[in-house]
Design a protein around this ligand. Structure first.
Ligand code: C5P
Length: 228
């Protein structure tokens, strides 16, 4: 089947409190985005990458990408789901059958976890996502941070990316729910809210999302470690 990656990179990175959006921070000699794109080229089944950028993006055109597959820019939207939808719609016009959605802000994705989640998605009708079993004791609090109760961590996972789905059911789910749906924080949730049960595939702890100050140092360390 024709498999393409979709990379939402249209976020402004407000949580990082930096002038440069997080996907353009430099780590180990390249931007976070370049590392994330490069990671996706490690599985040869991915034939191209749709990259959702903000209409105001002034950073991407300055990059000198060196990738073995085409990167097709599309204009992203006001939400992550809107940005993903823009990529999925273009991919559908190009006859793509499966999409591998990966955060621009996850530069440390490794080849083995990428291949594993694609393998599972191709045999599982409702798709698959990388995820990490929760290791800490979990608490739910009230608005003042007082513990209300502990949450059983059994069968509890952190959802990561890539998340891999057949294109048409994902497109249908995003369109029918609407990209401003408050519970649409990843693509699996679109499938779930439409009644599907995507399969969780254990990923690596190193596949972090560069979100908060300090994350970029950790990602930088992982990337340098992988390169040795
Ligand atoms: O904000 P968050 O960390 O959930 O962003 C996850 C990914 O979605 C990032 O790669 C970000 O650039 C992307 N995004 C987007 N369009 C938006 C908001 C976020 O492509 N409007």
């Amino acid at each position: 089947p024709s498999i393409a990656a979709i990379v939402p990179a249209a976020g402004s990175g407000q949580r990082m409190a930096s002038k440069i959006p997080k996907q353009y921070l430099q780590l180990a000699g390249k931007t976070v985005l370049e590392h994330s794109l490069h990671a996706l080229t490690q599985d040869s089944r991915i034939s191209k990458i749709y990259l959702a950028l903000s209409a105001e993006d002034t950073f991407f055109s300055a990059l000198q990408l060196q990738l073995p597959i085409p990167v097709i820019p599309v204009v992203g939207g006001a939400s992550r789901a809107a940005s993903v939808l823009a990529g999925v719609e273009q991919a559908r016009l190009d006859g793509v059958a499966y999409v591998v959605v990966h955060d621009a802000a996850r530069p440390c994705l490794q080849a083995d976890e990428l291949s594993k989640v694609i393998d599972v998605a191709l045999t599982h009708p409702q798709g698959a996502l990388l995820a990490l079993p929760v290791a800490d004791t979990m608490k739910r609090s009230d608005a003042q941070n007082a513990v209300r109760h502990s949450v059983k961590r059994e069968h509890l996972w952190h959802a990561l990316t890539p998340q891999v789905f057949a294109l048409q059911p994902l497109l249908n789910a995003l369109v029918s729910l609407g990209v401003d749906h408050p519970e649409l924080t990843d693509e699996a949730s679109a499938i779930e809210l439409s009644g599907g049960k995507p399969q969780l595939v254990a990923g690596r702890r190193t596949n972090i999302k560069v979100t908060q100050p300090g994350d970029e140092q950790l990602a930088d360390m992982y990337l340098k470690f992988f390169a040795t």
